[in-house]
Design a protein around this ligand. Structure first.
Ligand code: PMP
Ligand code: GLN
Length: 382
């Protein structure tokens, strides 16, 4: 018999991007910027290729990148991280997630997850034999019901997988919410896999707080970042896990058996990127905030109800006011084919696709003129 993966559908990001290409649509589906990342970082990667940096780098990552990850943990969050034993470089946050979960989860262990959620989480946990315990946020404000979260924890809980800033909602968890989660982790002696790939894409006045910075959480968190998001180079697939040494050592065992290493030229360039000044990271988030505002205002003018968004590349819109007959997938197909604008149905972020059928996700990490053209096309359809 084939494994459980045979029944898994192709990811919605690939399906919608293919449909967008087929209809020559503006792709506000899959989250990737339509401008390149900083030229000096790209050039550093090219230079490293020509500079004999093409053989296996160290298993846990180039020392200069591990040092840069540790330093950015200090600079942004005041965390003291040992670059030699507490950082593991991976091939994207996707591998970091798989390696971190593999480090923690044995068959039968329960993992608490918050829906809507990123599409690799559930298959990865199920492949490990883990048992997902799902808790739903409540739209339209994506509130977390504390009693519901507490009820998902039990004697078999091994970890929570927490994504903040969150894809697809744009929710940034507050310090109070994180404090509640921290208390549950202590009470149940559990860990947290913290998917913080959008850590630098948070919009003022909101601030990103890593769970790892809360009292008692330093030893319980595996914190994941992604160069793809922090430097607008999503194809690069360079991720990093920051974790206490005993856990990082197990993550390294997983990494050793998944990919073993990550391309050295990209690692060298990302090390340079992480050393960029405050102004770079501020510009990254403020320019995205402006584009969030531009797309949201355009969607509202058309008649969508736009949900709040404090971070990430994404904004969610409720299309019920437009009077469309059909579910979220039908709506996304409809606008891709007839307005030539692609989006992602939000139910794709729920187990088995069982999510709110009136919500779709738009990516705003695009040039302003592209967002304007998308709004123009949608306005003509509705
Ligand atoms: N987690 C979340 C929440 C994401 O949105 C993404 C990017 N799509 C990833 C992980 C994967 O990041 P990477 O491309 O670095 O593997
Ligand atoms: N993270 C991106 C998104 O949510 C897509 C990543 C992918 O295509 N796998 O759109």
């Amino acid at each position: 018999a084939n494994s459980m993966l045979s029944a898994l559908p192709t990811t919605i990001f690939t399906v919608m991007s293919a449909l967008a290409v087929q209809h020559d649509a503006i792709n506000l589906g899959q989250g990737f910027p339509d401008t390149e990342g900083p030229e000096d970082i790209v050039r550093a990667a090219a230079d490293a290729l020509l500079d004999h940096r093409n053989q296996y780098p160290p298993l846990t990552g180039l020392p200069e990148l591990r040092a840069a990850v540790a330093e950015s943990n200090r600079r942004f969050y005041g965390l003291t991280i040992d670059p030699a034993s507490e950082v593991v470089v991976t091939s994207g946050a996707t591998e970091a997630l798989a390696a971190s979960l593999a480090a923690l989860v044995d068959p039968g262990d329960e993992v608490v997850l918050i829906e809507p959620l990123y599409d690799t989480y559930l298959p990865t946990i199920r492949l490990l034999g883990g048992i997902p315990r799902l808790v739903r946020l409540h739209e339209p404000d994506w509130t977390l019901d504390r009693a519901e979260l507490a009820a998902a924890f039990g004697p078999r809980t091994k970890a929570i997988l927490l994504n903040t800033p969150m894809n697809p909602t744009g929710k940034v968890f507050s310090r109070e919410e994180l404090g509640f989660i921290a208390d549950l982790l202590v009470q149940h002696d559990a860990y947290a896999v913290c998917d913080e790939v959008y850590e630098h894409l948070v919009f003022a006045p909101e601030r990103h707080v890593p769970l790892m910075t809360l009292p008692g959480m330093r030893e319980r968190c595996l914190r994941i970042g992604s160069a793809g998001k922090s430097f607008s180079l999503t194809g690069w697939k360079v991720g990093y896990v920051t974790a206490p040494a005993p856990l990082a050592a197990i993550v390294a065992k997983a990494h050793q058996n998944l990919t073993f290493t990550t391309p050295p030229n990209l690692q060298r360039a990302v090390a340079l990127g992480l050393s960029r000044d405050e102004a770079y990271f501020e510009e990254l988030s403020s320019s995205l905030a402006a584009r969030r505002d531009r797309l949201s205002a355009g969607l509202r003018r058309i008649g969508f109800a736009v949900l709040p968004c404090s971070g990430s590349y994404f904004v969610i819109a409720d299309f019920r006011p437009l009077g469309f007959e059909g579910d979220a997938t039908a709506f996304c197909r409809h606008i891709t084919e007839h307005a030539r604008v692609a989006a992602i149905p939000v139910p794709a972020f729920y187990d088995g696709g069982n999510g709110p059928q009136h919500l779709v996700r738009f990516a705003f990490c695009k040039r302003e003129e592209v967002l304007d053209e998308a709004i123009h096309r949608l306005a003509a359809l509705f």
